[in-house]
Design a binder for this molecule. Structure first.
Ligand SMILES: Nc1ccn([C@@H]2O[C@H](COP(=O)(O)OP(=O)(O)OP(=O)(O)O)[C@@H](O)[C@H]2O)c(=O)n1
Ligand SMILES: C[C@](O)(CO)[C@H](O)COP(=O)(O)O
Length: 254
């Protein structure tokens, strides 16, 4: 999103990023909403917006803030020189928040990337690679990495059972066929809008936007993700994020 890169292809089609940032961050522990917590003195959301601004493909950014905190998010973005970013209120679930962000997009946007505020350190090249894959014709594109742990399927313990209650294993999926998916996930705008509309009307939700496209029969493809696009979910992830930022400062010569 720079002067020499208007974020549109030869046909003038433009790419927008919707950044869901309305989550509480319960797994991170008590404190401000997750997107507003700081990494190296800067709110996570600001890192995430800057990461998408650095991408050449992006021409518009819409942040979906906590329903009771959009004024705070607006002020925060203004303070960090991000006046060009639009802010809309989010919903109860991530899926609701993305749907509300999509509804705020203007005409003329043909490609939509959905990027978690909770993945603040995604490299711009990953954002551009996802956008390029959509512009080249894939209706739904997901960055992902191979899983490094062996994964078991289990019969989950009851929600009210003690945490140490053993869970019977029911299977071990072939790890070579598994991928851990990240964001930004990229879509042809009409495809994502239809998936959100239909899944809201007809079905159970999904934990990611590509999952909603799968539910309506859209072909989804995976492209390489990036280690630094990890999601800040639990307290240890904050330690990793600070370490990545420190390494970047060293590499950038600060
Ligand atoms: N109602 C919600 C819930 C989540 N999100 C966003 O979706 C992304 C992925 O969610 P996650 O990292 O799981 O965040 P939280 O929901 O905040 O985490 P937790 O489940 O620990 O509360 C985050 O950028 C989060 O802000 C959102 O916009 N609206
Ligand atoms: C969209 C996502 O980040 C892809 O990995 C993930 O599904 C979000 O899930 P969460 O339960 O909201 O963390």
């Amino acid at each position: 999103m720079s002067i020499d890169s208007p974020g549109s292809d030869e046909s003038g089609a433009r790419t927008a990023v919707v950044i869901p940032a309305a989550g509480r961050g319960v797994r991170l522990g008590p404190g401000a909403p997750k997107a507003l917590r700081e990494l190296s003195g800067t709110p996570m959301l600001v890192h995430a917006v800057r990461a998408t601004h650095r991408a050449r493909a992006v021409s518009l950014v819409v942040v979906v803030g906590p329903p009771d905190g959009t004024a705070e998010v607006r002020n925060l973005l203004d303070e960090h020189g991000l006046q060009d970013v639009e802010v809309v209120p989010g919903g109860e679930t991530r899926q609701d928040s993305v749907r509300l962000g999509l509804a705020a997009l203007p005409a003329g946007i043909s490609t939509v990337l959905v990027h978690d505020a909770a993945r603040p350190l995604v490299p711009a090249d990953t954002v551009d690679a996802v956008a390029a894959a959509v512009r080249e014709g894939a209706p739904a594109v997901v960055p992902a990495l191979p899983v490094t742990d062996t994964v078991k399927e289990v019969e989950p313990r009851a929600p009210d059972a003690p945490a140490q209650t053993p869970e019977p294993v029911t299977g071990t999926p072939d790890r070579s066929r598994l991928r851990a998916v990240q964001t930004p996930q990229g879509f042809a705008r009409d495809v994502l809008a239809e998936a959100h509309a239909r899944v809201a009307r007809e079905g159970e939700g999904a934990t990611d936007d590509a999952g909603m496209c799968e539910r309506i029969g859209v072909e989804v493809v995976v492209v390489p993700g990036h280690e630094e696009a990890f999601k800040v979910t639990r307290p240890l992830d904050l330690v990793l994020a600070e370490a990545v930022l420190a390494r970047r400062r060293v590499n950038d010569g600060f």
